[in-house]
Design a protein around this ligand. Structure first.
Ligand code: ATP
Ligand code: MG
Length: 406
């Protein structure tokens, strides 16, 4: 690191810049954390936010790193995160192995923690939470200079944010429906092995709307296919409602998929020689407890179109039929891979409004998209990079489909 006073001035300028350019409080907070990480260097960083309306429990609000922390929490005083919040004094655990903070080890289960810094996220008058930094990219220890920068930047950010008002209540995740741990997927073509997923740790919660983003080729569709039982992981574990499906047979995966999962794709994949209603009935016959096909068409607003063939419908209408086809199974989870990519703006909004209604009724939805604007509707946003989870945000202010603009 360069001269530390200069580094601190630069870092403070960067934080102020982020806050003054942010459109929303969420954007400001997330921008601050990213800026602190950029200026100090850390592999993972977590912003723990204290629920002051309740008992002060700290919940993860935004984080960078490969571990799903969504349901983790710390009571004030509990673990390094809780201690720092209570004492308002930073903790610098440069040699983590020697210190063995059990609570933190649980947070980062599956990840080896070698060095950690926790700093208060507080101004002089109010305390927002704790920011936790884990591991340097070179896996050596953090230094005191770096920890100084982290501490000062966190304080600057808290002072600047204080004027912006309070965040909304944290989103409360439901029960874990799916648990993925250290999921890898390799493809072998001849002698060439391509590693696509490199250790994904993700939980999916009951009733949530999870949006998955990332650059083309980072492994989103591959992950979605594993979640939906269309493909198997090379290694790692996969539980559905507590049941271990990690080494399930093809037949078991087929049963799992048929009984629990609805799929929606970018291309609608409707049977061209069947009407909308017949397309739905075909699927309804396969499952034990289907929804009435007419009712499913009504939910997507197409009861008038039930006798139409796919070629007689617009793209948006066909996509709504394909949503109805997913719904007719009464699935626990709907997986959607870029469902609006082929649609224009207003048709996309119509489709998203249908999805919004379905989620409201309690169906869990995991959607892959390239559209940043859709993230505003999600309960959680997971960004992938190069086969791993890279960044997770828990949304507090969820936009409605009709609020989205692009
Ligand atoms: N059957 C396969 N054999 C070999 N490589 C594969 C196979 N399936 C996927 N891949 C590779 O895995 C990588 C990830 O593919 P995937 O479809 O999951 O990406 P994605 O994130 O969904 O991208 P996009 O946003 O373009 O849809 C790509 O490099 C792809 O070429
Ligand atoms: Mg894809």
């Amino acid at each position: 690191m360069e001269n530390s006073a200069l580094a601190i001035y630069k870092a403070i300028g960067a934080v102020q810049n982020v806050i003054s350019n942010a459109q929303t409080l969420d954007e400001a907070i997330q921008g601050c954390l990213k800026t602190i990480v950029d200026n100090s260097g850390a592999d993972s960083a977590v912003l723990w936010y204290a629920d002051k309306a309740g008992d002060g429990t700290l919940h993860p609000y935004f984080w960078l790193g490969p571990v799903d922390l969504t349901r983790r929490s710390h009571a004030p005083g509990n673990g390094a995160v809780g201690r720092v919040y209570e004492s308002q004094k930073a903790e610098r655990l440069f040699d983590f192995d020697a210190l063995q903070d059990v609570e933190t080890a649980i947070d980062f289960k599956g990840m080896s923690v070698s060095s950690m810094v926790c700093v208060p996220f507080s101004s002089n008058t109010s305390s927002i939470g704790t920011i936790q930094f884990v591991n340097t990219p070179e896996s050596g220890p953090f230094t005191d200079e770096v920890a100084d920068v982290m501490e000062i930047m966190a304080m600057m950010a808290a002072i600047a944010l204080e004027e912006s008002g309070q965040l909304d209540e944290p989103w409360q995740p439901g029960e874990v429906v799916m648990e993925l741990r250290d999921i890898t997927r390799e493809f072998q073509n001849g002698d060439v092995v391509t590693k696509v997923l490199k250790g994904v740790n993700l939980d999916v919660y009951e009733g949530e709307f999870l949006v998955l983003l990332g650059e083309s080729g980072c492994g989103k569709s591959t992950l979605l296919n594993i979640i939906g039982g269309m493909d198997s992981a090379t290694s790692g574990t996969f539980h559905y409602l507590g049941k271990d499906l990690s080494s399930a047979s093809q037949q078991e995966l087929t049963d799992f998929r048929r009984d629990n999962i609805g799929f929606i794709f970018q291309s609608y994949n409707l049977m061209p020689n069947l009407t909308a209603l017949q397309n739905l009935k075909l699927i309804a016959e396969l499952v034990d407890d289907p929804m009435d096909a007419d009712e499913a068409l009504e939910i997507v607003g197409l009861e008038e179109r039930k006798k139409n063939y796919p070629s007689q419908m617009s793209g948006g209408q066909q996509q709504r039929v394909s949503i109805a086809r997913a719904l007719v199974k009464n699935p626990k989870i709907i997986l959607a891979d870029e469902p609006t990519a082929a649609l224009d703006y207003s048709t996309s909004i119509e489709v998203l409004q249908v999805m919004e209604e379905i989620i409201k009724k309690g169906t869990t939805m995991v959607m892959v998209t390239h559209n940043e604007e859709i993230t505003r509707m999600a309960d959680r946003v997971v960004r992938m990079r190069d086969g791993r989870m890279h960044e997770v945000t828990v949304n507090r202010n969820r936009a409605r489909a009709t609020d989205l603009v692009w």
